[in-house]
Design a protein around this ligand. Structure first.
Ligand SMILES: C[S@@+](CC[C@H](N)C(=O)[O-])C[C@H]1O[C@@H](n2cnc3c(N)ncnc32)[C@H](O)[C@@H]1O
Length: 191
């Protein structure tokens, strides 16, 4: 019942701007979360809270911290979270991730990075600091320009390219990029 309610919200959200992650991306993340026994989850760029809710519904023991800077989306996320009675399970932090992430403490099992792509590199040191060994960092939309880069998006494409380079060169992570949604980088913290 709750899953159906969430699926309907996800379908509606898919039509808007900055939509929720692809079904296949979500399915893969949920599967990985189950494999690693994720109980502390961080979503950066939470939109209307639908992916955080999916984690909360799938993993009753888990706690999710969700960061969203857009006031309207954060408000909708709060309403969605309340509609599922998940206020105790999801902590929504409204504000700019660049300011919020340095204030977070403790270890997370899983981090879903789905904010402005130009900021991925900037967020990576905090993601690394916050992710436990054996944990997984998911970075969404990294193959956004796999079929070619429109002239106006060259800078963004370069940011993504440099971010992927940074991930692949980091010896503490093992990264693969999967063709799920607009591309999902899966970075396992190996040391
Ligand atoms: C693609 S949407 C997120 C969708 C969401 N992860 C989901 O799967 O349902 C991207 C969101 O990231 C937020 N965002 C972008 N940059 C951010 C930043 N620097 N700090 C916080 N939120 C940010 C945007 O406001 C937007 O709501």
């Amino acid at each position: 019942m709750e899953q159906e309610k969430l699926a309907a919200l996800r379908a509606r959200e898919r039509e808007g701007r900055d939509p929720t992650c692809a079904d296949e991306t979500l399915a893969y993340m949920l599967q990985t979360a189950a494999q690693i026994g994720a109980e502390r989850i961080l979503e950066i760029g939470a939109g209307k809270g639908l992916t955080s809710l999916a984690f909360a519904l799938a993993f009753p023991q888990a706690h999710i911290t969700a960061v969203e800077r857009d006031a309207l989306r954060a408000q909708t996320a709060r309403e969605n979270i309340a509609a599922f009675g998940a206020e105790e399970r999801i902590t929504l932090l409204e504000g700019e991730a660049a300011e919020i992430l340095p204030c977070l403490e403790g270890e997370y099992d899983l981090i879903f990075l789905d904010a402005a792509k130009v900021q991925y590199r900037r967020f990576f040191p905090d993601c690394k600091r916050l992710l436990r060994r054996g944990g997984v960092l998911f970075s969404d939309d990294v193959l956004l320009f796999a079929d070619g880069v429109p002239p106006k998006r060259r800078m963004l494409a370069r940011h993504i390219e440099e971010y992927l380079q940074m991930l692949s060169e980091d010896g503490e992570f093992s990264t693969e990029v999967l063709p799920l949604g607009a591309g999902l980088a899966v970075s396992r913290r190996i040391r």
